[in-house]
Design a protein around this ligand. Sequence first.
Ligand code: IMP
Length: 427
Amino acid sequence: MPAIAIIGAQWGDEGKGKATDLLGSRVDYVVKFNGGNNAGHTVVIGDEKYALHLLPSGILSANCTPVIGNGVVIDVDVLFEELDALEARGVDVGKLKVSASAHVIASYNRSVDKVAERFLGSRRIGTTGRGIGPTYADKMNRIGIRVQDLFDEKILRAKVEGALELKSQILTKIYNRRAPDVDAVVEELLAHAERLRPMVCDTGLLLNQALDRDETVLLEGGQATLLDVDHGTYPFVTSSSATSGGACTGSGIPPRRLDRVIGIVKAYTTRVGEGPFPTELFDDFGAHLSKVGAEFGVTTGRARRCGWFDAVIARYAARVNGVTDFVLTKLDVLTGLEQVPVCVAYEVDGVRHDEMPVNQTDFHHAKPVYEYFPGWWEDISEARTFEDLPKNAQDYVLAVEKMSGARISVVGVGPSRAATIVRHDLL
Ligand code: IMP
């Protein structure tokens, strides 16, 4: 049975929950493989709405084992806050497994994230302020604290001392803050260790054994392709690998075992934080997409920047991730427009680019080249087959599919679970 990755194909918030919902009870393991509590997804089950930041959505399905993989950075306080909140609502969270090799977000890294953003001023990234970047930087610098370190106080103390040798200098000398106290940091990191211990294991082994038994493993990507530290709009990216390659390194599942890569794209584009965004709208259309699409972040509540669909980006995401199927979400948000523009290429200094420009500077200067498709006025939220869609909406989907480099297997036509058209099964 397959290993399936779900990857955001734009700048995040594409509505990955739609695909996760569709796979639902057929999945045995749901794995978060990158990022931390910078993510945010709302899952609606019955009348209950759950906002999750760190936990994989599989935590809500009774017969699915949720896994936090080695590629994740964990704020242990947030982990237990989310678990407690779910338990209080009667959700059984006992099956959660956590990688012993995942890194832990220490409080000094939350401080560094916030002060660094202030220090950068107009060059800021617009991070979520959760300590994600500094924790991944420590991982690469080999001064990170891992989950397994929490179970050996002596080792933990030595590692915290090592990390603070550098961090204290940075915080005091560059940012003019107080140096963190080793004892306080160790105490804070140990606070939940005993509660965490039974959840911790070699999750790579667990997942490969599950695949050996023909069970289904779903790798749920946080953030998205254009926020990936290698393939995104660097430096305006997150600090982890959000693409299908990251699904492998962040979980311990080898590339040859990935059977399917599902790319999630919104029928338009949004972005949170700073950075280039060629199809961004600053007019009434942008305000319309923001309002009708309810484009506010789950994690920070920030308003998302909105723009038209960008086929250059979709093609790029298809290529970088090896997308086998796209899920096109929020098509209903485009209802009621005279014409629907799609960016088919860019123009940079008078030169047409059909693919992503090689240089970031060119991408900053890219002007979208639009093709215009006739709009539709009919309410499409009750459509359940492709043929139920008005002809113009069908043509829009087919045109976008042709430009994007992989088939569109699912179309979302409204926020509810049922408001979905399945053209090809995702499993
Ligand atoms: P960080 O991940 O907090 O370091 O933030 C880096 C960039 O990624 C910022 O522009 C954030 O707004 C963006 N970002 C991080 N997580 C998400 C997400 O889940 N959705 C959309 N944008 C995100």
